[in-house]
Design a protein. Structure first.
Lengths: 218, 191
């Protein structure tokens, strides 16, 4: 029987959470909250340094694409969709813990999900995690252009790059060996915090597998 | 520095029971074949991350017993890219038209004609704009790969030349300068 991987290779994980929002005031309030957040600096999220990308979008439940006369009208679904997609480094538990435990982040999340039906707030964690888990949508295809790099790796590489450029310029001409040695050691001392090697380690990729879904294996 | 674009697309797949035309099965098989390797997005140099999900059913709030449900299955497609969405869609269609036809071509309302322009129009009809987006860094895909590669080249150089004399160091540095200045970039998805 063919097997398929149970998680995606690399150091970042995808998460999609689709929560229902009541139409009317719920929709209006959500749009207002998103408008306010559009104009706020998200510096706190940046400090977390393990989120590649994140986005929130409100999709009107009565405006889902209906592209054929045969396709039924969605008149049995009274909610809008509040879609949160993110890519993060580390485990799901750590990620959700950070959301709940860092005060500024949990306050922001409380506002962002305030209009989602049944949202218990980021605290206590048990209810918050159950809520996120309940509304998580499974991934069927996930692609990452640099699976071997974390956000911290990219941040370190960015800082390192400026130093490399400067040292390449500094040493473009031949010089006295002792002088070169002195400059090289000073350069390495300066950049050593950012020098950890990055990339996929195939031998450490412990991919668990699951069976192909029955409807496809017949 | 670069501008990131976010695209969110929801396309209807099938509303009849048991997938009589095999549309959903075709989409699932195609996604399964590209789940880990051989991703068509790896050939589009502007894509940071992408995901495709089949929404079999919407989840109502906990405790909602009204029977609220969607009547159609939907395909959710979300990507983070550099630059313009249309450029990405053209690039994806040019690189792997079969993938496009085996995924979006199976969705309701996709035109019977082949061509990037029809793909663009279809995605436009199904896309939702104005998300609240956050990107952890401002680099393009190319710049990210360049900087990560340089980091690795320098790490290798430093570890290979520990304890060398100043003369050997300078000679080795002169030899390796070009590798650092213009390293061979890995293909997206392989780093």
């Amino acid at each position: 029987m063919p097997l398929v991987p149970i998680h995606f290779k690399g150091k970042s994980n995808p998460l999609t959470v689709i929560t229902p929002v009541k139409r009317g005031w719920g929709r209006f309030l959500t749009n207002a909250i998103l408008f306010v957040f559009h104009h706020l600096p998200l510096g706190v999220v940046k400090q977390l340094a393990f989120i590649h990308f994140a986005r929130w979008i409100l999709i009107k439940g009565n405006k889902l694409p209906r592209l054929s006369e045969d396709q039924p009208v969605e008149d049995n679904w009274p909610y809008d969709f509040y879609v949160f997609t993110t890519n993060f480094n580390g485990s799901w538990d750590q990620y959700i813990d950070a959301f709940g435990r860092i005060h500024a982040v949990s306050k922001g999340l409380n506002m962002l999900w305030y209009t989602s039906e049944g949202f218990p707030g980021p605290w206590p964690m048990r209810l918050f995690k159950r809520y996120i888990h309940y509304f998580t949508a499974p991934q069927h295809l996930y692609y990452n252009a640099y699976p071997g790099a974390t956000v911290r790796d990219i941040d370190a590489a960015t800082k390192l790059n400026a130093e490399i450029e400067a040292f390449l310029e500094d040493t473009k001409d031949e010089m006295d060996d002792a002088e070169f040695g002195r400059r090289y050691r000073a350069f390495v001392n300066q950049v050593s915090p950012w020098l950890g090697k990055t990339g996929l380690e195939e031998k450490h990729e412990a991919l668990a597998h699951r069976a192909v879904p029955m409807e496809l294996s017949q | 520095m670069t501008d990131h674009s976010f695209l969110t697309v929801i396309s209807p797949i099938e509303h009849r029971r048991n997938d009589p035309d095999g549309r959903e099965a075709t989409i699932r098989k195609t996604l399964l074949a590209h789940e880990q390797d051989d991703s068509p997005f790896a050939d589009c140099p502007m894509v940071h991350m992408a995901r495709i999900q089949i929404l079999d059913q919407a989840v109502p709030p906990m405790g909602d017993t009204s029977g609220a449900a969607l009547k159609t299955k939907y395909l959710l497609f979300a990507i983070d890219i550099d630059g313009r969405v249309d450029d990405f869609l053209d690039s994806l269609y040019r690189r792997d038209a079969d993938f496009v036809h085996n995924v979006w071509g199976q969705c309701i309302g996709y035109p019977d004609f082949r061509g990037a322009v029809f793909f663009r129009r279809y995605i436009d009809a199904c896309s939702f704009s104005n998300p609240l987006g956050y990107a952890g860094f401002d680099l393009s895909v190319g710049d990210t790969l360049l900087m990560l590669t340089r980091k690795n080249v320098l790490a290798d150089f430093v570890s290979a030349h520990q304890g060398k004399s100043d003369k050997e160091l300078q000679a080795a540095w002169r030899k390796s300068r070009a590798d650092l200045a213009t390293p061979n970039l890995p293909k997206p998805e392989s780093f």
